[in-house]
Write a protein that binds this ligand. Structure first.
Ligand code: TXA
Ligand code: MG
Length: 396
């Protein structure tokens, strides 16, 4: 049952000393009409306005929101998540005009991209103005701006009447939450409120696109809007207008060999992910299968005889490996259904932890479309890559 605002009129906002806040839980019925939605979201909007922390659904993952214009409110996010304070946050708003009011140097290109992809799973990194504090930008002079497509998110932001700084609503280092239960398992008692809007549609985060480089738009994090979609759009609108400028193109951070407008090469799975630390990571060690997956799988089973093993795989790989009854198995769909692989990844990783698996074996897929974002998160969550009888340690 939803508690009313009055029940909570006097509760303490912010992180309690022992992290034992009374976290208000607001369930949203998907069939709710706009008026009911407003009434349900009002207490959460009031908490945001008053400087508290509210976790809410977006179409990508759940965000942990605070008033972006209040450095004190935003500091509580770092505390609740246990997140390093130099990691910049994305600011969520409900209209393009609001973005324009918070950034400097709005360009024709920014305008075209925003009008095509917003609302949606795209974050634009732009020069910030003084209205956004260094606490939000992690000391950078740029700021990531996003308009979520999820209606609950947009209503909440509009009702709060302030821009909302929100990283993913997980404890730092853990997989991003795709359901309210994930948020509660990481942050219950550490935040003021969680709005439960059901499971998120995409399952992994927005694409972060930096528009501040003179060399062209740069994808800092692949996500819900694919490289291919961005490349095609840039081609459609004829950017750059000056075709003689071949140094200007769409860049993928860490994959400099990918050329605009191509870049759909399944062979170029990043060979050295260069992940010095784990991220998006469950407690169990994650092993990526590439190359000869049957040989790799058998190799892992022999090396870890007696361990509780989980497998995240396509239907095709399940068929090939024919895992026994004692394997904790989750099949996402066919190998070419990158959207399904992406959608279930974080929830599968959390589920395997809940089932106390010792190791998690995950299939690698082609880099096209959402496969690129899936592979990006996987390589950050993984400890080992297994190819046939070769095991490479990614942790050093
Ligand atoms: O889908 C999403 O983007 C979700 C939902 C809640 O909107 N948010 C999210 O936030 O994933 P977070 O904080 O977990 O990840 C934001 C990423 C980080 O890798 C951060 O370093 C990068 O975006 N980022 C944010 N602002 C940036 C900036 N000004 N320059 C470079 N990178 C930035
Ligand atoms: Mg995150």
């Amino acid at each position: 049952m939803t508690k009313t605002k009055d029940d909570h009129a006097s509760f303490e906002l912010g992180l309690g000393l022992a992290g034992n806040l009374d976290t208000l839980y607001i369930p949203i019925d998907p069939a709710t009409d706009p008026e009911q939605l407003e009434a349900s979201l009002r207490p959460a909007a009031d908490i945001l306005k008053a400087g508290g922390l509210v976790a809410f659904p977006t179409e990508t993952v759940y965000g942990l929101g605070a008033n972006a214009l209040s450095p004190d409110a935003v500091r509580k996010i770092y505390q609740a998540k246990g997140r390093p304070s130099d990691n910049p946050m994305i600011v969520h708003v409900s209209t393009i005009d609001e973005i324009k009011s918070l950034v400097a140097g709005w360009s024709e290109l920014a305008d075209l991209i925003a009008r095509r992809f917003m609302p949606g799973p795209l974050t634009l990194v732009l020069k910030k103005t003084d209205r956004i504090s260094d606490v939000v930008s992690g000391g950078l002079d740029t700021i990531g701006m996003r308009i979520p497509e999820n209606l609950v998110a947009r209503y909440l932001i509009r009702l709060a009447g302030v821009p909302v700084a929100a990283p993913s609503a997980n404890r730092s280092g853990r997989p991003s939450p795709t359901e309210a239960t994930h948020v509660l398992s990481d942050l219950k008692g550490r935040i003021d409120c969680v709005v439960d809007g059901g499971s998120t549609t995409l399952g992994l985060e927005s694409t972060v696109l930096d528009l501040t480089s003179a060399k062209g738009p740069r994808i800092l994090r692949p996500g819900g809007v694919s490289f291919e979609a961005l490349a095609q759009f840039l081609e459609e609108i004829g950017f750059p207008h000056d075709k003689s400028d071949d140094s200007w193109r769409l860049w993928l951070e860490g994959e400099s060999n990918i050329d605009f407008p191509a870049g759909n090469n399944p062979q170029d799975i990043p060979k050295s992910p260069g992940m010095k630390y784990r991220h998006y990571a469950p407690r169990a060690s994650v092993y990526l299968l590439e190359g000869d997956m049957k040989q790799g799988w058998n190799h892992i089973l022999v090396r870890h005889a007696g361990a509780k093993v989980a497998l995240y795989a396509s239907e095709e790989l399940r068929e090939l490996l024919d895992p026994g009854q004692d394997i904790v198995l989750r099949v996402f769909g066919r190998k070419d259904q990158a959207d399904l692989a992406a959608h279930d990844l974080f929830s599968a990783l959390r589920d395997f932890d809940d089932k106390a698996c010792d190791i998690i074996v995950v299939e690698t897929i082609d880099l096209s479309e959402l496969g690129r974002a899936y592979m990006n998160r996987l390589t950050k969550a993984a400890s080992f890559i297994v190819n046939g009888d070769q095991i490479r340690d990614l942790r050093s």
